[in-house]
Ligand binder design. Sequence first.
Ligand code: SF4
Length: 172
Amino acid sequence: MTGLWIAALAALLLAGLLLWWGGRQQRAAGLPRGRVIYADPKLWGRPEKPFYAVASALTGKPDYLVAEGGKIIPVEVKSSRAPNEPYEGHLLQLFAYCLLVERATGQRPPYGILRYRDRTFAVDYTPEWEQRLLDELDTMRALEKRASVDRSHEDPARCRGCGFRSVCDQKL
Ligand code: SF4
């Protein structure tokens, strides 16, 4: 009987330890309180099951999705130091994930999170930002129809903050 009690106590301690460690990891990543339902495996080990339902409907994938108060909040992590204000390209990327989450789940994220190396921004996903994003996407689609599109500037800082940098062949 004593053995059973010891085993139960050990299991309880282990569960508490895992909970504490998960919370610590979540805070270290700059995530809000809530259940992480998707995490880029490069950043956070194995995701829970609901990840498949949401993420399979996304064409782009944020670093994390956190379920909080019945809402799903996208989180994008940047390894660079934070600017005074988030770069517009990063915001558009984050809001693209908000748009995709809304389309995949029918629930609109009220905000998204941009986590830089030294600072975290929670940014409201407003109808104005959504419209701006849709306008940008329209422009991109129109440009895609042209055979080639030249870069319109010589500003390396702008490219560094651009959300399309990873796929752009004209970045500085
Ligand atoms: S050139 Fe490419 S990487 Fe630079 S701002 Fe334009 S789209 Fe972004």
